[in-house]
Design a protein around this ligand. Structure first.
Ligand code: 5GP
Length: 194
């Protein structure tokens, strides 16, 4: 069992059959030592790729992506959720359905901060149905940049996102993959990874 799986078992709370709360250490209160370890682990997994930029989506991806970008020594850009319906031509846009809020947001990245020829590592805290990741991938591709990979802290392997993104041909590295969880017993089963 790796450092993250141990922490999820210790402090994660299964809220329902498909929602895990990790807000005591990952996305509300933040354990900085754990973040540093996550940053080092993503560096280890992606240092064979020519990453020039880390990208994530606000809000909960940002804290994690900061540590990954620091380890890789590259800038971080995060996609912003935009309420404006009159989005101008200075941004790349994608529509993303929020898993937690069940609404749709347009997310935008300024064209000033993402360019053709860049090599992008996309980071997020969770993968569920893969909507956030598909939105970020489409933004990177509309810029003419290359997706070097997707780094996910917690993939819920019983939801479709991981399979969809891998089937699209992208490299997905998840630090923990949950194959099953039970809100009644609180039990969490991880997929064995090499
Ligand atoms: P997806 O777009 O893959 O359906 O969902 C990913 C996004 O939803 C992540 O950015 C994350 O913020 C949120 N999310 C998905 N599943 C969970 C979960 O079980 N717990 C928490 N805290 N957030 C989740």
């Amino acid at each position: 069992m790796n450092f993250l799986e141990e922490r999820i078992l210790k402090d994660g709370v299964v809220k329902s059959c498909n929602v895990l709360k990790v807000d005591s250490f990952l996305n509300h209160q933040v354990d900085i030592a754990l973040m540093e370890e996550i940053g080092r682990e993503f560096k280890r997994r992606f240092e064979d790729t020519p990453v020039t930029k880390v990208m994530t989506i606000e809000a909960s991806g940002i804290g994690i992506a900061v540590f990954v970008a620091k380890e890789l020594g590259v800038p971080l850009v995060f996609a912003k959720k935009s309420k404006s319906i009159n989005i101008d031509g200075d941004v790349f846009v994608a529509e993303v359905e929020s898993f937690t809020h069940r609404n749709k947001n347009q997310v935008v990245v300024s064209k000033s901060f993402l360019h053709a020829g860049e090599h992008v590592l996309i980071i997020d805290d969770f993968m569920a149905n893969g909507c956030a990741m598909q939105g970020l991938i489409s933004i990177v591709e509309s810029a003419g940049a290359t997706v070097e990979g997707c780094g996910i802290v917690i993939e819920k392997g019983f939801q479709i996102g991981g399979r969809v993104i891998r089937n699209m041909g992208y490299r997905v590295e998840s630090l923990a993959i949950i194959d099953a969880m039970d809100a009644d017993t609180g039990s969490i089963t991880f997929r064995k990874q090499a």
